[in-house]
Design a protein around this ligand. Structure first.
Ligand code: NI
Length: 253
């Protein structure tokens, strides 16, 4: 069984979520983690996890989705962090891609959510874009575990995050011909540090690049990792699933 450790299977992207879930089951994708990014999608995550057996959730406030955010919203995290099938806090982090970014606000909201993760000892799903050093510096202050989702840094940086206790989220980008960085990272870190993810609806793997992504594309990501590392596909599946289970507590849920 595969686990998609990061996706956004939400109404705004998919007409029929029942079909998406059916396809997962047919393709041996036995669990998926849907991450919320703002109040609206966090609430949708709660609906999805109660409706579909294979769906687990994380809730959090994404660095580029803070326009409507208010510190009172953090109460929502505290209220639902122990809900059945909520396996962590995310998607949270830093994103300096846009010029009008309020970096200080992002850092402050990020830290507040890390404080909650620490308080309740929960894993986190990290988003970092054009901000990999700042994200690292903040995470270094905390003793947490989780996924560096859609990792886009250097091999050296991957090793530093691994030292802190994080695993490296690898998705569709690794299947792109010109994605030298992530291919190098995947080749040179041990399989025990790799998590599979799709980030659906974004970043479809080859041969579906540019199309709407779905969690049932996870085996395509696994295949490329298997080739890059010279590992049996079954081993990639088994190890990545064990890695996800080591971070996120699916049992007893
Ligand atoms: Ni995402």
């Amino acid at each position: 069984m595969y686990i998609d450790t990061h996706c956004h299977i939400l109404k705004e992207y998919y007409e029929n979520i029942d079909d998406i879930i059916d396809e997962c089951t047919k393709n041996n994708v036995g669990r998926i983690i849907v991450s919320g990014c703002d109040m609206k999608t966090n609430k949708e995550v709660l609906e999805l996890i109660s409706k579909y057996d294979i769906v687990y959730g994380t809730i959090g406030f994404h660095p580029t989705e803070l326009d409507e955010y208010d510190d009172n919203d953090l109460k929502f995290l505290e209220e639902h962090i122990f809900d059945r099938k909520i396996v962590g806090i995310g998607e949270i982090g830093l994103d300096y891609h846009y010029d009008d970014t309020d970096k200080e606000k992002q850092k402050s909201v990020f830290r507040k959510q890390l404080d909650i993760a620490k308080k309740y000892n929960k894993p986190i799903v990290i988003h970092t874009r054009n901000s990999i050093q700042d994200t690292y510096d903040i995470l270094k202050e905390y003793d947490l575990k989780g996924s560096i989702h859609c990792f886009s840094g250097s091999l050296e940086m991957a090793k530093e995050y691994i030292k802190l206790g994080y695993k490296i989220g690898v998705g569709g980008i690794v299947t792109y011909k010109n994605a030298k960085n992530i291919k190098e990272v995947v080749k040179n870190i041990d399989m025990t540090y790799i998590l599979l993810e799709t980030d659906s609806p974004y970043l479809s793997p080859e041969p579906y690049r540019g199309k709407v992504n779905e969690p049932n594309n996870i085996p395509l990501v696994a295949e490329v990792i298997s080739n890059l590392k010279g590992l049996d596909l079954q081993e990639v599946m088994r190890t990545s699933t064990a890695n996800a289970e080591a971070i996120f507590d699916f049992l007893d849920k």
